[in-house]
Each structure stands twice: as structure tokens, then as C-alpha cells.
Design a protein around this ligand. Structure first.
Ligand code: 13P
Length: 367
């Protein structure tokens, strides 16, 4: 194992307050997003969209690495220059999604297991030769009435660890992504419990498979209430003599501004309890939060805790960086410049968030 290469790459991915841009949507996922906006779902449209992203001027000042998909890593600009060369010339490290997707876990209704270990060693060798220096594997954990089950968490953690060990053998830094989904009506506290259990299990498996923690990046969810969590009312039971009553503590929508401090505190506390200090960086996924909220929340975590933490708190967003650009692009050549500006703007906001310097005024200036 090339320890030096792995630790250097991992450090570079989170250096200089930069972060990752995930552009690794599978074809079906990319097509779904195109369909919503009436963009044709063709190889050519996907290629043109990805060309718009990789050629955005100045992106390398905020983005350290870009995660590609098997189709994308083999594509070129219209003029024939490979995307890999464009990225490398811009100082952006190319990475590659290597899982083959989350499938139904047998005998576990509502739960998923991520596949892709068969033949992975050979695929990793090829990607390394092409120029990729890191990889990504996403495990999906759903919160519901009786889920996640212990067996689903263990199966996914085991697969993540096997993938990570194979990556390191091939000279690729593994991005280890156990995503606890925001889908559902669960509370912030339930998400915290599940996230902590998942992360604890993942690190037990990573250690068991002899993964070098200094040569990996963790890509977790932020700890957040489910999308359909009702405005939560925390109540405290109180009693005076015989009379029982409830004291209302909070009554907020999950996305309201006051929530930001709470999310930052709980997310960092959960990571502090579960992620070893040897890991150089934690790069959050955005998970369906709005672009602005993802930036505000990352900013708050760094503002409050950056100087006290052993690992960097960075970003590895797909939707929270790409969505405004995709909506601006609309599949039209005339919109490329404006879409690139929208993309660069989000990248700059997130770099500022890594420094704890992101402000709402950054959004107003652009508008
Ligand atoms: P989102 O930021 O859109 O959640 O995507 C991150 C990612 O890489 C999903 O695997």
C-alpha cells in the first residue's frame, strides 16, 4: 500500500478550505433531474452538462476534487480534450463513484444494501491508470418505524470497509459515505441516535478490514430532522402537587433559522463521539437540503467549532452545488455562462462556509 500517496491525496482533498464537487449521478439519477426541467435525457445532453461544469473558470480555487461517474470519466469536451485533462489542468483531483447502486436488502422490507464489490479490484486498477486518485461508495440507511435494523447497518458498514480496503490497495483514497436519509418524519434526536450507531459500526468495520484512517475521507449526512417531521414541539412533563401539565419548550419548523445552531451542535457532537482523530477530513453530503441551508449549516459548524476539532469539516455536495446551475442551464448553450456563474457562486459560498465566513449578504450581492 502506498501510504504516502494516500495520506497526501486525503490531505489535499480537504486543504485550503476547499471541498469536493460530487458530479457522480448515475445515468438514471441524472436523467430524472433533467426530466424535471424538460431537458432531453440523452448521452449528449449529459455530456454537455458535465462539460459546462468541468470548464467553469476559477472552479479550482474552491474545489479540490470532483467525483465523476463511469460514463463521465471517459467523456471529452466538444473539442476532444478529455474531462480528466481539463480537471487536472485546473488543479482539481479526479475521483470516481465505484458502487453500483443501492438495492433492496433481502428479507428486510424498506432497507437497502449497496452493491459493487464483485470485480471492484480490476475496476479500481483501471480508474487509477486513467488518473483518478480517489473513489466514492454510498451506503443508504433509511429511518422508519422499525428500521434501520442492526443487520442492515452491519451489512452496509462491512461493504463500505471492504470497498475502502480495496481502494487503498489500488492507491485511491476511499470516500466512505454512510448516508442516513432525510426522508421520513423522524425527529432530530432520532437522526442523531441512528447516525451515531451507523458511524460507530462503520469505524469498527474499517478497523477490522485494516483501513488506514489517515488515508480516507468520511462523507456523512448532517444530523437533521426528517423532511416530513412535523413542526416539533418539545414538551416537558411538569407537576405541581397532583396536577400534571406540560411546559412547551420549542415549536419550530425543521428549517427555521433558529434550528441552525442546534443542528451544528448536535452534528459536531455526534461526530466527536464517533469519528477517530486520525481521519483527516469529514466532507458532508447535502442530502436534499437547499443550497443556502447547506452553506449556513456548514458555516455555523466551522464558526463555532473549527479550532477545536481534529478533522477538517468540509463539503462534498452534489445537489447543493449543482442545482442552481442546472436550473439556470436548462439544457441550452446560451445559458452556459450564467450556469457557470451560479455554480462558481455556490462553490465560493461553501469555501467561505469552511472558514466560518459565509453570510446571507453573499447571496444578496449575487441576486
Ligand atoms: P447530495 O449532496 O446531493 O446529497 O449528493 C452527495 C452525493 O454524493 C450522493 O452520493
Amino acid at each position: 500500500m502506498n501510504t504516502q500517496l494516500l495520506t497526501d491525496t486525503a490531505k489535499k482533498l480537504v486543504a485550503d478550505d476547499k471541498g469536493l464537487l460530487a458530479m457522480d449521478e448515475s445515468n438514471p439519477t441524472c436523467n430524472k433531474r433533467f426530466a424535471k426541467l424538460g431537458i432531453p435525457q440523452t448521452v449528449d445532453a449529459r455530456r454537455a452538462y458535465r462539460e459546462m461544469i468541468v470548464t467553469t473558470p476559477g472552479l479550482g480555487e474552491c474545489i479540490s476534487g470532483m467525483i465523476l461517474y463511469d460514463e463521465t470519466i471517459r467523456q471529452q469536451k466538444k473539442d476532444g480534450t478529455s474531462f480528466l485533462k481539463v480537471l487536472t489542468d485546473a488543479g482539481i483531483i479526479p475521483g470516481i463513484k465505484v458502487d453500483t447502486g443501492a438495492k433492496d436488502l433481502a428479507a428486510h422490507p424498506g432497507e437497502k444494501i449497496t452493491e459493487g464489490l464483485d470485480g471492484l479490484r480490476d475496476r479500481l486498477k483501471e480508474y487509477f491508470q486513467m488518473g483518478a486518485r480517489f473513489a466514492k461508495w454510498r451506503a443508504v440507511i433509511t429511518i422508519g418505524d422499525d428500521i434501520p435494523s442492526r443487520s442492515c447497518i452491519e451489512a452496509n458498514a462491512h461493504a463500505l470497509a471492504r470497498y475502502a480496503a480495496l481502494c487503498q490497495e489500488a492507491g485511491l483514497v476511499p470516500i466512505v459515505e454512510p448516508e442516513v436519509l432525510m426522508t421520513g418524519d423522524h425527529t432530530l434526536e432520532r437522526c442523531r441516535k441512528v447516525t451515531e450507531e451507523v458511524l460507530r459500526t462503520v469505524f469498527i468495520q474499517l478497523n477490522s478490514q485494516r483501513v488506514m484512517l489517515e488515508g480516507m475521507i468520511l462523507k456523512p449526512n448532517m444530523v437533521l430532522p426528517g423532511f416530513t417531521c412535523p413542526p416539533h414541539q418539545e414538551v416537558e412533563e411538569a407537576a405541581i402537587g397532583e396536577q400534571q401539565f406540560q411546559v412547551r419548550l420549542t415549536d419550530r419548523q425543521p428549517d427555521e433559522a433558529e434550528d441552525v445552531d442546534e443542528v451544528a451542535n448536535i452534528t459536531v457532537k455526534s461526530l466527536w463521539r464517533t469519528v477517530p482523530a486520525a481521519v483527516p477530513g469529514i466532507a458532508f453530503l447535502s442530502g436534499g437540503q437547499s443550497a443556502e441551508l447547506a452553506s449556513v449549516r456548514l458555516n455555523t459548524m466551522n464558526l463555532r467549532f473549527k479550532s477545536k476539532l481534529p478533522w477538517a469539516l468540509a463539503f462534498s455536495f452534489a445537489r447543493a452545488i449543482q442545482q442552481p446551475a442546472l436550473e439556470t442551464w436548462q439544457g441550452k448553450e446560451v445559458n452556459v455562462k450564467a450556469a457557470q456563474q451560479a455554480l462558481l457562486h455556490r462553490a465560493k459560498c461553501n469555501r467561505a462556509a469552511r472558514r466560518g465566513e459565509y453570510t446571507a449578504a453573499m447571496e444578496r450581492i449575487r441576486a
